[in-house]
Design a protein around this ligand. Structure first.
Ligand code: NAD
Length: 240
């Protein structure tokens, strides 16, 4: 291990990482929130008001995710995890399955996974691949009808595995934020947590994000170009 090796890297990813795979981001000009009101489709209250609308919104997302492939940026992050001499943890806000499809193993889906259903009766999580959930779908574990919802974290709900994430942020020495606008909390504050613990912080994004000023280093451009280049740089430095 060379002296240029970080002991622990935490990588936060967002919708921009999957944009070049063909999945829309949320907040860009042609993003998902330009067509839908998030209060109607991505909150517990919206789901209570109109479950069919919400289930259809995620059924459509699930069909789109099932048909896309990881891009060079997902591939580079999986290679970093496999080849880097230090620890590498990826925390994604994305609900698509593209990190794992590229080979990432140390991965936290903090906002859930589109290819899973959550039973509100028994709490079980079930892989459903590209299948639709309807208002009458029954839970494969407890058998209760009409209890399945997408296993995604809605606005106002607590993201998953936050204790583990904060432990990693306070012990990492490099924090990378990739393809995220820095507008959704608590993820938007991760850079502050990592910086307060002394980590070097780097933004890799198409353009300066809302959190841009909080990073020590920033590289702007399409993820499929800047992420593989940055990963190569890290691997070269670690080899001394
Ligand atoms: P966002 O839409 O708010 O921001 C996306 C960011 O990516 C923007 O700053 C944009 O400049 C950047 N970007 C766009 N194209 C890029 C490219 N080719 N290369 C690099 N950067 C690019 O998305 P976010 O910050 O992830 O918002 C968080 C929320 O979005 C999360 O709740 C997440 O669950 C949800 N989301 C997930 C998906 C997915 O799973 N693929 C898709 C849309 C939204």
């Amino acid at each position: 291990m060379s002296k240029n090796t970080y002991k622990k890297i935490v990588i936060l990813t967002g919708a921009g990482l999957s944009a070049e795979s063909g999945l829309h981001t949320f907040r860009d000009k042609d993003g998902i929130w330009a067509k839908y009101d998030y209060r109607e489709v991505a909150t517990p209250e919206g789901y209570q008001r109109n479950p069919s609308l919400v289930l259809d919104f995620y059924n459509e997302r699930r069909r789109q995710s099932a048909g896309v492939k990881p891009n060079a940026a997902h591939g580079a992050l999986a290679r970093l995890e496999a080849e880097y001499p230090g620890l590498v943890l990826t925390v994604t806000q994305n609900i698509d399955p593209l990190h794992e499809a590229a080979g990432s193993k140390q991965l936290i889906h903090m906002h859930g996974e589109i290819a899973k259903a959550l039973c509100s009766a028994c709490g079980g999580r079930h892989a459903i691949g590209g299948e639709d959930i309807t208002v009458s779908s029954a839970c494969p574990a407890c058998g209760m009808p009409s209890t399945l919802r997408p296993d995604v974290v809605w606005f106002g709900e607590m993201p998953y595995r936050m204790d583990e994430i904060y432990r990693a942020l306070t012990t990492c020495d490099l924090f990378l934020s990739i393809g995220t606008s820095g507008t959704v909390y608590p993820a938007a504050n991760f850079v502050l947590e990592a910086a307060a613990s002394g980590a070097h912080t780097v933004e890799l994004n198409l353009e300066p994000s809302e959190r841009y000023g909080g990073f020590r280093e920033a590289i702007h451009g399409p993820a499929t170009e800047i992420v593989p280049a940055y990963v190569d740089r890290l691997l070269r430095a670690a080899r001394g």
